[in-house]
Design a protein around this ligand. Sequence first.
Ligand code: 13P
Length: 255
Amino acid sequence: MRAKVIAGNWKMNKDFRQTEELIDGLKKSVSFDLQGVSVILCPPFTSLELAARLVKGTPFAIGGQNMYFKDEGAFTGEIAPAMLKSVGCRYVILGHSERRQFFGETDEFINKKVKKALASGLIPIVCVGETLQQREQNITEQIVTAQVRGVLSDVSAQNAEKLILAYEPVWAIGTGRTATPQQAEDVHALIRKLLTELYGGTTAERVIIQYGGSVKADNAADLLWQPNVDGALVGGACLKADSFSAIIRAAVARK
Ligand code: 13P
């Protein structure tokens, strides 16, 4: 069985002091046995080094929210994979819908980052998901299929099984409007089927597929225990220790 992976995407929230407060709170509230559930915290760049220091000796891992696909150079404002690794990151979120929507990222561009992250020894959490308009036009399947194919272009089976995919329907992000467990499961099953076509069944069965979009303490368990949902990428609810720890607990304790 695939392990569950819960990641908190802090987005552009929490300064240095607030990072310390939140991680202190998490250390206190997540005092239960995680039973193999992985927990990843993705604070802003300015808090990564502090966060990595604060989680030493805990089961939490640290991830960045973005990176560029070059090693170094004249790319003002960008962060290289080795920089993320040097401050203790093991993961990096790539292709989040907010990057696509507000910063013009395309599947082709995200694919370059995915390949670079993998080559650099970072585990990418690669996001896909349709907009409300696309769902209403009944083209969710085509959109998600094209995104998965695009972001995984030229990624080998060996590398594909290392990465994490996150299905985040754009209409569910920050809206309080969660996909129903069945809606999530349907798209996750579709992604798994596509991975089987691309890489074969063994690899497809190993890939972690997270759901993201208004995951909260009270809906987490129903989403997390769908057969093809292997975890959650949490936004708003990861900013408070009690709600994030309740989501982690939902992944640990089967109803
Ligand atoms: P919310 O949980 O706030 O809807 O955000 C989801 C998300 O975008 C995580 O990456």
